[in-house]
Write a protein that binds this ligand. Structure first.
Ligand code: UDP
Length: 334
């Protein structure tokens, strides 16, 4: 803990983005001191509800050094990354520079400042084509696109940093983050939006003419892809527990964070129709390249070791909270 206060002071890199902003809220509500570093390229200033926001880039080494020496953070949580698989195939350099290069720089700055606890946002995309389902932490990691590889490379670096520099880390591999703050203060605002649930809600609200269903010929019961949707608040709870683990002196670990249940694209669309009471105009489209038929997590390790319990495992709740946010944000100037 830092010397100024008994409460931990956490640096949240990417704290103005979708998951990061929910984490800042979770930390702030728990009474932690929070500093957000975000360049606002994808994040939003008014999504940072607690602590101070430093607008800046993780690529700015001087800024990192100044921030880390000035504050003596107890831990760093790193949410800032590029996340679009298709874009990563088109522009791999951007992904390796951002997701790998900038993370290495952040780790170096932490090392120089003596900050030795790191929570890393990793992804199910580090597993590639599943060899079995559900996917546990022992599943081989063979990512099939630059996005997944950029995250997997960071995962491989971390044990070496622990062995040589004593930097302890938690790698949290998200499956499909979904939903929004149940109180309606925060939600998902990507520009452009590429994710299934917000797109379906926008189509239901009439904000887009239709949405595409990428493939109905998969080897799944209804032919559409199956994903594991996990409520953003539950994801943040897992980060909170991971932070407690590191603050208590626990060693580095990796966890798969998902619901353990798969829902097909069609099931999501049916849920959106039920929640909104509106129809979702859809167009069938070809498969999106790099999409495995089924991605479902086995999150038993996080449950057993961290005591993680999901509060909102129902797809209905995730869609309901996202809809609440969608309605609110389209009725205001957010
Ligand atoms: N999907 C779709 N239409 C869209 C966006 C997504 O059919 O406009 C499908 C996509 O093929 C995948 C699932 O919805 O099977 C979830 O995709 P999303 O982009 O939300 O998350 P990802 O699984 O890529 O992380």
């Amino acid at each position: 803990m830092n010397g100024n206060s008994k409460l931990p002071h956490i640096l949240v890199v990417g704290g103005a983005g979708y998951i990061g902003s929910h984490m800042v809220q979770r930390l702030g509500q728990a009474g932690c001191r929070v500093t957000t570093l975000d360049n606002l390229s994808n994040g939003h200033r008014n999504a940072v509800l607690y602590g101070e926001l430093v607008q800046g880039d993780v690529a700015d080494r001087q800024l990192l050094d100044d921030l880390l020496t000035q504050h003596r953070f107890d831990a760093v949580m790193h949410f800032a990354s590029l996340i679009q698989v298709g874009e990563s195939v088109q522009h791999p350099a951007k992904y390796y520079q951002n997701n790998l290069g900038h993370t290495l720089q952040l780790l170096d700055a932490m090392r120089a400042a003596g900050v030795a606890r790191f929570i890393f946002s990793s992804t199910a995309a580090t597993f590639g084509e599943p060899l079995y389902s559900p996917i546990d932490e022992l599943h081989p990691q063979r990512p099939i696109n630059p996005y997944g590889r950029s995250k997997w490379m960071v995962e491989q670096v971390l044990p070496d940093y622990e062995a040589a520099y004593g930097l302890r880390s938690m790698c949290l591999r998200y499956f499909n983050a979904a939903g929004a703050d149940p109180e309606g203060r925060l939600g998902e605002r990507h520009e452009p939006e590429t994710h299934l649930i917000p797109l379906a809600l926008q189509a239901a609200a009439g904000q887009r003419a239709h949405m595409s269903v990428f493939g109905r010929d998969y080897d799944t019961p209804d032919g559409t892809c199956i994903r594991d949707y996990i409520h953003v608040s539950d994801l943040c709870e897992a980060h909170w527990l991971a932070l407690q683990h590191l603050l208590a002196g626990g060693g580095s670990r990796c966890y798969n964070l998902g619901n353990g249940q798969g829902f097909s694209v069609q099931q999501v669309l049916d849920t959106v129709q039920r929640v909104t009471g509106r129809s979702v105009p859809v167009q069938d489209a070809p498969r999106r390249s790099g999409d495995p038929a089924r991605l479902v997590a086995d999150a038993t390790r996080a449950q057993q070791e961290l005591g993680w319990v999901q509060r909102y495992p129902r797809l209905h709740d995730m869609v309901q909270h996202a809809w609440q946010w969608q309605q609110r944000s389209s009725n205001s100037t957010l």
